[in-house]
Design a protein around this ligand. Structure first.
Ligand SMILES: [Zn+2]
Length: 93
């Protein structure tokens, strides 16, 4: 049984894989406008912006995630709605 961890190919002078210290692999930037927060792969946005998403939308994101995971149309729509809600609040302040 060979244990090959994903992404362990030799990086020889390739600047494409940049180790981010203290960040789990697969993390991404918060999708809210102007937010530079790093978010773990299993979360949609940083805690600050997630808190701005109206509760029904948060529940829609979670329930569509559980029921088929990311990549489903329902989940993508729920995610888009949540991001749009945050973006709207950012604009109106
Ligand atoms: Zn954010």
């Amino acid at each position: 049984m060979k244990a090959r961890s994903p992404g362990s190919r030799p990086a020889q002078g390739a600047a494409e894989v940049r180790p981010v210290t203290g960040q789990p692999p697969g993390s991404h930037l918060c999708p809210a406008r102007h937010c530079r927060a790093r978010v773990p792969a299993d979360k949609l946005m940083c805690p600050v912006h997630w808190a701005k998403v109206p509760r029904p939308m948060r529940e829609a994101v979670w329930s569509t995630w559980r029921n088929g995971g990311g990549g489903t149309r329902a989940h993508a729509a729920a995610v888009r709605a949540a991001i749009a809600a945050v973006t709207r609040q950012e604009k109106t302040r």
